[in-house]
Design a protein around this ligand. Structure first.
Ligand code: HSE
Length: 368
């Protein structure tokens, strides 16, 4: 199978190549790299040399059996339909949201929906898309409850990392942090200046016209931004919140009988891990031990964190999870609203299970 990558230089693409390298796939598979900017040049990646192919050359693209694009929506818009129109019947796997909700496009998250993906392939579907990262990470964490059809509705309040907005935003977050630190006295010690003076300088820096905000648009360091993506005026949701409901039900193949999923999506100053706090209305009272068992048995990456302070603060944070495939889920307890009301909290790496890993695994599923 001839496999081509477009967008491998970007953040998600780089993580994808890194994962392929770690799994030995880069060396095992016949992979070619495309370039939108420098076709014809040669690059060395993880010890192998690649002659870059032209990402806008439809004839070359259509000689491939599988194309994986992490190049973004604009690129997909520019080439995908033209490729199909000229009769190309290969597999297209896309990280962008461009094709996600088209009826003949499958959403990849095989630990949750492998059977559904296999059915789609058998039915001749050849276009697959990654899912919104908060959705992937929620389903990896709570897959056991969905599989047991125990969820009546769910509210997810998210704490989303800068990486979800993009590489430039991650970088800018660090420059914002640096601007804050630069505004404090160099000889600052534990008592001098007073904490109120520190706070005054921090707030002044965050409100200053000099704070770098070109990419994020607003101060994020030392703050939080309760709107992600565009406005959906009819419902008052942000697009990210709207995606939570639609994409969850599409991954689960239950758009006809959807589970309501809604909540507020908040950008926070973590680098690459999204966190989510869930309120879950169960269809019936289920013991916590049973809930934990269902969650733990669902997939090899989910990990139950006991609901105590020490384990929670050691294991259930972006600093503990970043760069790993682990999906810890904790703070699992019944809410005082009643025995069917459950709360839980999860943290997941937005670039791994939230983006690159489901795409990487799709290669194996397509080849099987
Ligand atoms: N839309 C997500 C975010 C990332 O802004 O965090 C991609 O799914």
């Amino acid at each position: 199978m001839k496999i081509g990558f477009i967008g491998w230089r970007g953040m998600v693409g780089s993580v994808l190549l890194q994962r392929l390298h770690e799994e030995g796939d880069l060396e095992r598979l016949a992979i070619s790299l495309f370039s939108t900017s420098a076709p014809g040049t040669t690059v060395s990646i993880h010890g192998s040399a690649y002659d870059l192919l032209d990402a806008y050359d439809l004839a070359i693209l259509s000689s491939f059996d599988l194309l994986i694009s992490t190049q973004g929506s604009d690129y997909t818009k520019a080439v995908y339909q033209d490729l199909r129109d000229r009769g190309w019947a290969g597999f297209w796997v896309d990280a962008s949201s461009e094709l996600r909700l088209a009826p003949d496009v499958g959403l990849v998250l095989d630990p949750v929906n492998l059977e559904h993906l296999e059915e789609k392939i058998d039915a001749g579907i050849r276009t697959f898309s990654g899912t919104n990262c908060s959705v992937s990470l929620m389903l990896m964490a709570l897959g056991g409850l969905y599989e047991a059809d125990l969820v009546e509705w769910i509210s997810s309040m998210t704490y989303q990392a800068a990486s979800g907005a993009g590489a430039a935003q991650m970088r800018e977050l660090m420059f914002q942090m640096k601007a804050i630190v630069d505004a404090l006295p160099e000889d600052m010690n534990e008592t001098d200046p007073s904490v109120l003076e520190i706070d005054r300088r921090v707030t002044q820096t965050l409100r200053s016209a000099d704070l770098p905000v070109t990419s994020i648009g607003h101060p994020l360091a030392g703050s939080a931004l309760p709107w992600i993506d565009s406005e959906m005026p009819e419902t008052g949701q942000s697009k990210e919140e709207w995606k939570g409901g639609v994409e969850t039900n599409k991954v689960l193949n239950r758009l006809e009988r959807p589970v309501p999923v809604d909540g507020l999506c908040i950008r926070i100053g973590s680098m690459r891990c999204h966190a989510q706090a869930f309120t879950i209305k169960l269809k019936r009272d289920v013991a916590i031990s049973k809930v934990e068992q269902l969650l733990a048995e669902h997939n090899p990456w989910v990990k139950i964190v006991p609901n105590n302070k020490d384990d929670t603060l050691r294991q259930l944070t972006p600093s503990a999870v970043a760069g790993t495939l682990s999906i810890p889920v904790g703070r699992i307890r019944k809410l005082s609203a009643g025995p069917e009301y459950l709360t839980a909290y999860t943290v997941g790496d937005q670039l791994l299970w939230g983006a690159a890993e489901p795409l990487r695994r799709m290669i194996g599923i397509i080849q099987a």
